[in-house]
Design a protein around this ligand. Structure first.
Ligand code: F6P
Length: 342
């Protein structure tokens, strides 16, 4: 019997389980066995695998996270690990591997393809910063959570005549901030792509209050920075892929706004709330479509390709193109958000 493997790597996100279910259901229809590799690339290094059958994926569609667990392991950072990946690939008699992840996981996938390993990619991240796909699953769920939180912050902000600063995830891209902020009706949205001008932010808030509004909502992406400043870090320690942990810009911004405007200010950091819980219908459908299409790519031997959403079609694009550059917020999109500032 033909056999394929599937792993989920990097930060978890809502929609991973629908992908796993889509892969298993389609694979079984086509006569494949599926091995689930646990904890991302770590599982392929250590040979930590579990067989996945139809029963294993029953009921997982609405579940957040990933039944396979995940890690930010980079086999290219550990001596001998790539060879162990290759050995285990042979040992478990995998015809191909479906790697579900963001730019880091897919970056490893791309390198392995160049070394002769059959890998197909599935793009995943709440940050929506992967090139070559219009959307990644997990993003819609995160944006809906941000929107709901902003709705909630509105009522308490209004009751107390306060400024509410909301720090959201997104790493070096402002997609969650800009979509969540527009959907929640934020009065200012600050993103990594455009340095923060604190005087301008305070001027917008003061003008708004002079016009009779007694509260304001400011959304700030964790990767946003003041002009000529570095990103604000929660921890300097780098992970296997060289990433720092961002966080803290909301607090800095809140203190400055209060000092400069004299309006009482509170800060909320949404953090991992944005990654947890059940995926939205959009993310369940996108994850399912990606999973089914990934098996089709394996059958067509399109190794080195990843599935992608282009318009309303699921297509195949070279992984290399997707991991080359980050997809950041363009000026046109931000201009729309700015119409509602103040
Ligand atoms: O890439 C997804 C993401 O949630 C980013 O938005 C965030 O900066 C990072 O992961 C947080 O990572 P961790 O879960 O390791 O704290």
């Amino acid at each position: 019997m033909k056999r394929l493997g599937i792993l989920t790597g990097g930060g978890d996100c809502p929609g991973l389980n629908p992908v796993i279910r889509g892969v298993v259901r389609k694979a079984f229809l086509e006569g494949y066995e599926v091995m689930g590799i646990r904890n991302g690339w770590k599982g392929l290094v250590e040979g930590d695998v579990v067989p996945l059958d139809l029963r294993s994926v029953s009921g997982i569609l609405p579940k957040g996270g990933t039944i396979l667990s995940t890690s930010r392991t980079n086999p290219y950072k550990k001596e001998g690990a790539v060879q162990m990946v290759k050995d285990n690939f042979k040992k478990f008699e995998l015809e191909a591997l479906i790697a579900v992840g963001g730019e880091d996981t897919l970056g490893v996938a791309h390198k392995l393809v160049k070394e002769g390993i059959n890998v197909v990619g599935v793009p995943k991240t709440i940050d929506n910063d992967l090139s070559e796909t219009d959307y990644t699953f997990g993003f819609d769920t995160a944006v809906n959570i941000v929107m709901e939180c902003i709705d909630r912050l509105h009522t308490t902000a209004e009751s107390h005549n306060r400024i509410m600063v909301v720090e959201v995830m997104g790493r070096h891209a402002g997609w969650i901030a800009v979509h969540g902020g527009i959907a929640g009706g934020a009065d200012v949205i600050l993103i990594p792509e455009i340095p923060i001008d604190i005087e301008e932010v305070c001027a917008i808030i003061k003008k708004r209050h002079a016009q009779g509004k007694n509260f304001s909502i400011v959304v700030v992406a964790e990767g946003a920075k003041f002009k000529e400043d570095e990103e604000v870090l929660q921890a300097e320690k780098l992970d296997d892929f060289g990433h720092v942990r961002l966080g803290g810009i909301g607090q800095m911004l809140g203190e400055l706004i209060e000092k400069k405007t004299k309006f009482e200010t509170r800060v909320t950091v949404l953090g991992h709330i944005q990654r947890g819980g059940s995926p939205t219908a959009f993310d369940r459908v996108l994850g399912t479509r990606f999973g089914v299409k990934a098996v089709e790519l394996v059958m067509q031997k399109k190794f080195g390709y990843m599935v992608s959403l282009k318009g309303n079609k699921i297509e195949a694009v070279p992984i290399e193109k997707a991991v080359g550059t980050l997809k950041t917020v363009d000026k046109d999109f931000y201009n729309i958000a700015q119409v509602f500032f103040g």
